[in-house]
Every structure is written in structure tokens, then in C-alpha cells.
Design a protein. Structure first.
Length: 175
């Protein structure tokens, strides 16, 4: 599945979390259905809510671990019960999708959402989602190397310029 880049994920999660705290349900009445549909399409194209797929299984696993630790002799029954109850809650995932659509509908116009969908469902958009994080990681490596070179050269050149300015001799070797 296509994943959204790290910064995009953070921004998306922040926007979604903010909407949940600001009463996203009240927004539902203010947003036209066509706008929400455009938001849903953009969200699907971007894959911004994909990372939330692991929430229920993660919560379920943590609960099972806690209960099994407390009642080790009931491990099979605990696993069966928690899994059964988790499956009952799975349909609530749609609530998060609705909230996400409302958040995006509030943040972007329908035209912007449609443009995003068009781009991110294109070959170039899919490639950006797939290879963008790799390119960004490589860019960050290059920036780190560049920064080290700039720092080294600035240190050397500034020290040489200062020595000329004050007519001093070379400072003692750095520890």
C-alpha cells in the first residue's frame, strides 16, 4: 500500500487530531456532500489514514498482553475474547475516515482536493508517494555532508582571516 511521507504523515495526523479536539462532528453540517466526497478521494489517493489501520490491532495486542500477564492460565480464552470484541469494534474505523474527510474538506477547497486526487492517482503522484521518502532520506544525508564541509571550511577560513587581521600566530592545536 502507498504510504504518505514522514512529514506528511505528521501534518495529516496533526490536522486530524486537531479536528477531533475541536468538535469535528459539528463540521459535518457545514460541509457539502460533494466536498466531503472530494476529501475522501484525496485521502484515499494520499493514503493519509493508512497508518491508522494498526491502531485497533495494537490496542488489542496490548490488552491481551496485560490480561495474559494477570491471568496466564487463561491465555487462549483471553486471546479469543479480545479478538472477538476487537472485531466488533472494527466498523468504528469508518468514524475516523469520516473525521479525516471533514478535516481535509475544511482545510482544502473541493477544487484543491480534486487536483490532489488527480495528481496522486497519476503515475508521477504514485511515484512521489512511493519514492519521495527515499529521496528525502538521501537528500538529508547529502545535507549533513554539505553541512560538515561548510562548517569545516568556515572554521578554517574565519580563523585564517582573523589571524591575518590581528597579526597573530597560529593558535594552539585544538584538543
Amino acid at each position: 500500500m502507498v504510504r504518505f511521507s514522514g512529514l506528511g504523515r505528521f501534518a495529516s495526523a496533526t490536522v486530524i487530531a486537531g479536528s477531533l479536539f475541536l468538535g469535528g462532528a459539528a463540521w459535518a453540517q457545514e460541509v457539502p456532500a460533494e466536498h466531503v466526497q472530494a476529501a475522501r478521494a484525496a485521502i484515499a489517493a494520499l493514503g493519509v489514514t493508512d497508518r491508522f489501520d494498526d491502531i485497533l490491532p495494537g490496542v488489542s495486542d496490548r490488552l491481551k498482553s496485560q490480561l495474559i500477564q494477570a491471568y496466564p492460565n487463561l491465555q487462549d480464552k483471553i486471546s479469543e475474547t479480545v479478538d472477538s470484541e476487537a472485531l466488533k469494534l472494527a466498523p468504528r474505523r469508518g468514524d475516523l475516515e469520516r473525521e479525516a474527510a471533514l478535516v481535509y474538506a475544511k482545510a482544502f477547497s473541493a477544487e484543491e482536493l480534486n487536483a490532489m486526487t488527480a495528481f496522486y492517482t497519476s503515475d508521477a503522484g504514485k511515484k512521489l508517494l512511493k519514492d519521495g521518502p527515499i529521496a528525502m532520506r538521501e537528500l538529508m544525508k547529502a545535507a549533513d555532508i554539505w553541512t560538515a564541509g561548510i562548517a569545516r571550511d568556515l572554521d578554517k577560513q574565519a580563523n585564517e582571516a582573523m589571524l591575518k587581521e590581528v597579526g597573530a600566530t597560529e593558535p594552539a592545536a585544538k584538543p
